[in-house]
Write a protein that binds this ligand. Structure first.
Ligand SMILES: Cc1cc2nc3c(=O)[nH]c(=O)nc-3n(C[C@H](O)[C@H](O)[C@H](O)COP(=O)(O)OP(=O)(O)OC[C@H]3O[C@@H](n4cnc5c(N)ncnc54)[C@H](O)[C@@H]3O)c2cc1C
Length: 457
């Protein structure tokens, strides 16, 4: 019976019934835990409505976040068990890709390469897209609350990505953080920030364009360097009397920099200045000044990338590791479920494991998490994730026909003794820039867009 047909019942009964109905359909799935439990406490008025999603009486897996991880979890779940009722909840109206966005930023790739429709993805793969923001989760009763209403789940996957933490960047005041975010957006979360950054570049006439690299395992390690190269290429091509100043909190970049260093030295010597070991102590947005351990640094325009943290919904739902500044998810690193709750999984950049926070890792890992869930439904065990084949291309030349990139590849493996992941092999950097890597870079993105949005199962 679909949830929606239970009209005439009290809301309390509906919520109980919905939990049971989604669980009963799948023989191998244990009963959803709503039975025999006390009533769902009255949620705030805005959430007392049931979300418009199909019931079908099948086990329901709710996936939160339609990024590189969530889209792939939803797709893989339907591939592995077509009978599942999979609901993807995403708050954005459309998908915008961060990967390849640095090429688009300097006008070398059309916007429609990066922008895709969640409705297409859902239709082509047979799941439901609920266009809503998740505001809370009752894990005891397995209810997700969204700004479009509530829904129950048998399994829940959170793939909400990251948020910024300006507090760890010497900007504790929320008003000042908001100001920085709108004046000098980081553009490391998909969407409007990228558009603003592009408009800034379009209008940039001369002077210093400042970029920052935060500390820790920030999202996409080479991306700030890739962006510096793209902006430098843009200045060079358009005879702009400007320079990119990249303030890196690391003494050395946290990845094999050989290829990028070579490209900067050869192509952009007069256009990029890298300042290593910079600790940002504060930022004065109106005076366009960054206060650092190396003195005050002024700029004409900027894109300021602060430290990152796990998306706020993790903290809101009691799933964040609150004893660590990153506030990433408190999950079992082998089985990906929340510690103490085998019905709730977290993957993608919100994970606490030391994998690179990259789309290819999130996408690869998502298939593993989908299998963990379907295996758990079938009562089968699975081993740890074997190295999320880490390899990425970094574009360093803005010429579309050359689109030069190079490749870094490395992997991690689970070490039972330490209970953590260790590097399987030393990072290998392919320092020779080549057109074939440039083409492979585009090919990589396009094939994943095709899989996530357009291919049919
Ligand atoms: C400039 C740039 C270049 C990059 N280049 C590369 C590259 O070349 N190769 C590569 O592999 N990676 C690259 N990356 C990294 C890649 O974009 C991320 O690692 C990847 O997006 C992580 O996927 P995710 O699904 O974990 O998070 P995201 O893609 O950020 O998706 C999370 C989704 O969750 C949604 N969400 C969050 N909270 C809620 C809520 N409460 N309710 C509903 N929805 C919610 C968000 O709206 C978002 O759509 C790049 C990143 C940047 C910024």
């Amino acid at each position: 019976m679909s949830d929606g047909k239970r009209k005439g019942f009290s809301r309390r009964e509906v919520i109980r019934g919905a939990g049971a109905a989604t669980a009963m359909g799948a023989a191998s799935v244990a009963m959803a835990g709503t039975k025999g439990k006390s009533a769902v406490p009255h949620p705030p008025r805005a959430f007392s409505r049931q979300a418009e999603v199909p019931g079908f009486g099948k086990a329901r897996v709710v996936v939160v976040g339609g990024g590189w991880a969530g889209l792939e979890v939803a797709r893989q779940l339907k591939k592995l068990k077509p009978e599942l009722n999979v609901v993807l909840i995403e708050k954005r109206a459309m998908f915008f890709s961060c990967p390849l966005s640095n090429l688009w930023l300097v006008g070398k790739l059309p916007l429609d390469e990066l922008v895709h429709s969640f409705a297409d993805a859902a239709r082509n793969h047979g799941y439901t897209w609920l266009h809503a923001a998740v505001v809370d989760v009752d894990r005891e009763r397995r209810v997700v609350y969204t700004d479009e209403g509530w829904l129950t789940y048998d399994y829940l996957v959170l793939a909400p990505g990251i948020d910024y933490d300006y507090g760890r960047f010497g900007v504790p005041d929320p008003g000042e953080a908001a100001r920085l975010r709108s004046m000098y957006p980081a553009a490391f979360k998909p969407g409007s920030e990228h558009l603003t950054l592009k408009h800034k570049l379009d209008e940039f006439e001369e002077g210093t364009f400042l970029l920052t690299v935060p500390s820790g395992n920030y999202r996409c390690l080479p991306a700030p360097y890739e962006r510096a190269c793209m902006i430098a290429g843009y200045m060079k091509e358009n005879d702009i009397k400007g320079k990119v100043v990249l303030l890196d909190s690391h003494e050395r970049p946290p990845f094999r920099p050989d290829g990028i260093s070579e490209a900067i030295e050869t192509l952009y010597k007069d256009y990029i200045e890298i300042v290593p070991g910079v600790r940002v102590k504060g930022i004065d947005a109106s005076r366009r000044t960054v206060q650092t351990n190396k003195g005050d640094i002024t700029f004409d325009d900027a894109s300021i990338y602060p430290p990152i943290r796990g998306a706020k919904i993790l903290e809101r739902t009691g799933i964040a590791k609150t004893d660590e500044p990153g506030l990433f998810a408190n999950i079992d690193p082998v089985n990906y479920h929340v510690i103490g709750d085998e019905r709730v999984f977290v993957c993608g950049d919100a994970r606490p494991m030391p994998f690179v926070k990259a789309g290819f890792a999130a996408n690869y890992e998502a298939g593993h998490v989908a299998r963990l869930i379907t295996n758990q439904m079938d009562g089968k065990d699975m081993g740890p994730l074997q190295s999320p084949g880490m390899m990425c291309y970094v574009a360093v030349n803005a010429d579309p026909l050359q689109s030069i990139a190079f490749k870094i590849s490395f992997g991690m493996v689970y070490d039972r003794e330490t209970g953590g992941y260790v590097f399987r092999q030393k990072a290998q950097a392919f320092v020779n820039r080549s057109r074939s890597f440039g083409k492979a870079n585009l090919q990589w993105g396009r094939s994943l867009f095709n899989e996530m949005f357009y291919s049919t199962l």
